[in-house]
Ligand binder design. Sequence first.
Ligand code: AMP
Ligand code: ZN
Length: 200
Amino acid sequence: MNSSIKRKNDDDSGSSTGPKKSFKGHWSQGLLQSMSDPALLVEKDEKIVIIKDKYPKAKYHFLVLPQECIPDLKSLNSSHLKLLKYMHKKGENLAAQYPGSEFRFGYHAIPSMSQIHLHVISQDFNSPCLKTKKHWNSFTTSYFIDSDMLIQQLKEKGNVKSLSEANGKQLLSEPLKCHKCDFVPKNMPNLKEHLLKHIE
Ligand code: AMP
Ligand code: ZN
């Protein structure tokens, strides 16, 4: 986890007031708790858990997490290839249940939450939780690493290239741009209004 690219409050998952929490109860560990929350559970087996994203940034937004503890992308090595392919396959199978929606499968280059998680996200981005430019850019710039690219990189190099904090910040602050056409929105409300045109 990289603490200086702060996105914790974007998801209302952190508390800036009140007593300091122990690391176990730290906001960045929230996914580990959500993995056993029946309200969020979609599916699980001996290798993975699929949950609904608690602050979905699109109509359909799920997270596929390994049961094995893998805190971050830099902990990955070739021994994890089979598991990552399995996570991808499970994500694809889930997306296939929504044939009317286009999906992407991928990882944030600098995740805010601990335990690796594959985002399975529909490309409508029609959700009240999608509020900020950082949210938008985290799913529509190269900050979002497609799962098959990550798997290929791990296969070829034995590890996943990390993005510098500076490059991460730069990607998240890029000017807004529609992911489907040439439209350049003035601001987030303007983008969200425009996105509805791509849904019909
Ligand atoms: P990232 O770490 O940037 O890849 O994204 C973390 C994702 O987890 C975001 O899409 C959040 O909306 C989501 N999220 C944050 N806290 C929780 C939680 N406690 N349970 C489930 N999803 C969460
Ligand atoms: Zn557009």
